[in-house]
Design a protein around this ligand. Structure first.
Ligand SMILES: Nc1ncnc2c1ncn2[C@@H]1O[C@H](COP(=O)(O)OP(=O)(O)O)[C@@H](O)[C@H]1O
Ligand SMILES: [Mg+2]
Length: 215
């Protein structure tokens, strides 16, 4: 499967999702290619740190490459048959790379933050998706809340708006705003691997994984 973590906002959790899904997928023995299509190269940095952290146990456990612009489509089309799964992390803007990723995606997942102007950018993402569907009829595009608030009505309000966006399906699999996600990433790990374990974060990421890979 080709999973793209996308959207046109920075800092919403695209790289966190892409790296976590890559790690969880590789953990069950799948041969996974992580494509970093963001010029800021955060996913590539993550993999470098991960290779150091896990040097004694054989390194990252997946293959990582960087691609830019139209190559995100062309190279992924060539490479995808050689891997069990491809996960693409894109930058937070409407770029050639983002559009190229939309053309090859099976699943396009867009994280957004509740209680901010974030949710309104989903309209533009929905338009991009609808355009891409004209060229990619297998495309399934979904959005989910990241850094959900522990309490208050913001999550619900954001979900209600997201449900109405044409082109995107809202899925109820939020990730809470938890320190564990940040501290795991800083070690090149995902929350299922870092210590001490945060059971809530682990439960959330596993629930999302199951939905995205339709298990
Ligand atoms: N659920 C979460 N809880 C707490 N911090 C998070 C969560 N998701 C992401 N972050 C942190 O937010 C920052 C931006 O996340 P990142 O995945 O890099 O976003 P993007 O790739 O969309 O720019 C990072 O420091 C990351 O560790
Ligand atoms: Mg990123």
């Amino acid at each position: 499967m080709i999973l793209v973590c996308g959207g046109i906002k920075g800092g919403v959790g695209k790289t966190t999702l892409a790296t976590s899904m890559t790690v969880l997928r590789a953990a069950i023995g799948r041969d996974v290619l992580l494509v970093d299509a963001d010029d800021q190269a955060t996913a590539t940095d993550f993999t470098a740190v991960r290779n150091e952290t896990l040097a004694a146990s054989g390194g990252a456990g997946y293959t990582s490459i960087k691609l830019h612009g139209a190559a995100v489509r062309n190279e992924v089309l060539k490479l995808a048959p050689k891997y069990d799964d491809v996960v693409i992390d894109v930058g937070g803007r409407d770029t050639a790379g983002q559009r190229a990723a939309l053309l090859v995606a099976d699943v396009y997942v867009v994280p957004f933050l509740p209680g901010s102007f974030d949710v309104w950018t989903l309209d533009s993402v929905g338009e991009l998706v609808q355009e891409a569907k004209g060229f990619n009829d297998k495309l399934k595009a979904i959005c989910m809340i990241n850094r959900a608030d522990a309490k208050g009505a913001d999550n619900q309000e954001a979900a209600d708006i997201a449900r109405e966006i044409p082109g995107l399906d809202y899925i109820d699999a939020p990730l809470g705003n938890r320190k564990a996600f940040r501290s795991a990433a800083s070690q090149g790990l995902t929350v299922t691997e870092s210590k001490p374990p945060d059971p809530k974060a682990i439960k959330e990421i596993k629930a999302l994984y199951k939905l995205l890979f339709d298990i």
